[in-house]
Design a protein around this ligand. Structure first.
Ligand SMILES: NC(=O)c1ccc[n+]([C@@H]2O[C@H](COP(=O)([O-])OP(=O)(O)OC[C@H]3O[C@@H](n4cnc5c(N)ncnc54)[C@H](OP(=O)(O)O)[C@@H]3O)[C@@H](O)[C@H]2O)c1
Length: 343
């Protein structure tokens, strides 16, 4: 059925200014890492994206390698852009990235100019776009001069293939260096995309969060639900259709007794606030002034509705924050840590 967007979509969402830029992002954004590959039916992807847009989620995040197979999420989103979001391009902020393994040989991953420029062209083709709003270096490359990676980002903007650039999973030190190079080139860094949640607080320890504040760079934090662990779904069992059951990025060993006890305690705090645990997890990352947007994933449209419901209660009192801190401790979930540590 033809899609007509909800006319009230801009009434419910909160839009935050991204760092020092003029771009505003929705407080909740949708990522297409999981659930948009060829292993899922198209109508489900369509319903997830339509539901998000109807709730004011204007930002959709992709990467060259999202699938499976790699590239298929961009192809699926390209079809949604054509069939559902036709005529809405100027209401959307679309991002993509390059950095992880995409094609065979020495030019199919990391941070060389050769790889980034070719990958950007491929992503645009898959999505049927003339430009993306944000193009990211997906991870720091210890074997390519940072100047080269940043020159590639600058060139992508200058050639009209992206409006803004971003960094993902770079640590505080490398972020400072990259931002300085980009400033010199005249293409400021819009945004940083690190992992961050109540169970994965590396950006506080590393100092990245303060660095971003100081540099005026916005941030969109990924996996704010710790890939679904910060919901009630794993408290009794591992549901059959859940991410932990799929042998993908959510290692079932993460569901240790100790982690489940923390999740259960956090769930009780959320209940006391009249929120679901997913909603509290999102509100908690958004309470930091440096965080522009919480980048969620969803396997069903109802999950998007639940997550956006976080905006109904974004405030925490001091006692709640202290109580949350007792259980919101690092839980060994940061599978992207190596990208941040490579220096
Ligand atoms: N830059 C990077 O290196 C990088 C790395 C990872 C992710 N990302 C970006 O961040 C996005 C989000 O990552 P993520 O998918 O790990 O985020 P997440 O929001 O932490 O986890 C999403 C998963 O949680 C479950 N879920 C979501 N809402 C729920 C709700 N209300 N109730 C119950 N369960 C719920 C679903 O899992 P089930 O399938 O179990 O239902 C869903 O697939 C990605 O799509 C991608 O765009 C970037």
């Amino acid at each position: 059925m033809r899609y007509t967007p909800n006319s009230d979509r801009y009434q419910q969402m909160v839009y935050n200014k991204c760092g020092n830029s003029g771009l505003k992002l929705p407080a909740v954004s949708l990522g297409l890492w999981h659930n948009f590959g060829d292993d899922k039916p198209h109508h489900l992807k369509q319903q997830i994206c339509r539901t998000a847009f109807d709730l004011g989620v204007t930002h959709f995040d992709l990467a060259n390698n999202y699938g499976p197979p790699p590239g298929s999420a961009e192809l699926a989103f390209g079809r949604i852009l054509k069939e559902d979001f036709a005529g809405l391009r100027d209401e959307l902020v679309i991002s993509t990235k390059a950095g992880y393994d995409m094609w065979p040989g020495p030019y199919g991953e990391w941070g060389s100019k050769k790889y980034l420029i070719a990958s950007c062209d491929q992503s645009l083709k898959r999505m049927g776009l003339e430009y993306v709003d944000i193009f990211y270096s997906h991870r720091f490359d210890p074997d390519t001069p940072l100047e080269e990676t940043m020159q590639a980002l600058d060139q992508i903007v200058r050639s009209g293939k992206a409006l803004y650039v971003g960094l993902s999973s770079y640590n505080s030190r490398r972020t400072r260096e990259a931002v300085a190079i980009l400033n010199e080139l005249g293409t400021p860094c819009l945004i940083h995309q690190p992992s961050y949640s109540m169970l994965n607080r590396w950006i506080e320890e590393d100092g990245l969060i303060d660095t971003l504040d100081e540099l005026g760079v916005g941030s969109i934090v990924f996996s704010p639900l710790a890939q679904g662990m910060l919901t009630t779904k794993y408290l009794t069992d591992v549901p059959q259709d859940s991410r932990a059951s799929q042998g993908k990025s959510l290692n079932p060993n993460f569901l240790s007794k100790e982690n489940l006890e923390k999740i259960s305690a956090l769930h009780h705090i959320a209940e006391g606030r009249g929120q679901t645990l997913a909603q509290m997890a999102i509100a908690w990352v958004l309470k930091k002034k440096q965080i522009t947007s919480a980048l969620i994933g969803a396997s069903r449209p109802e999950q998007v509705v639940d997550c956006v419901g976080a905006l109904n209660n974004l405030d925490f009192n001091e006692a709640e924050l202290i109580e949350i801190d007792r259980f919101a401790t690092d839980s060994g979930l940061n599978i992207w840590a190596r990208s941040a540590e490579l220096d």
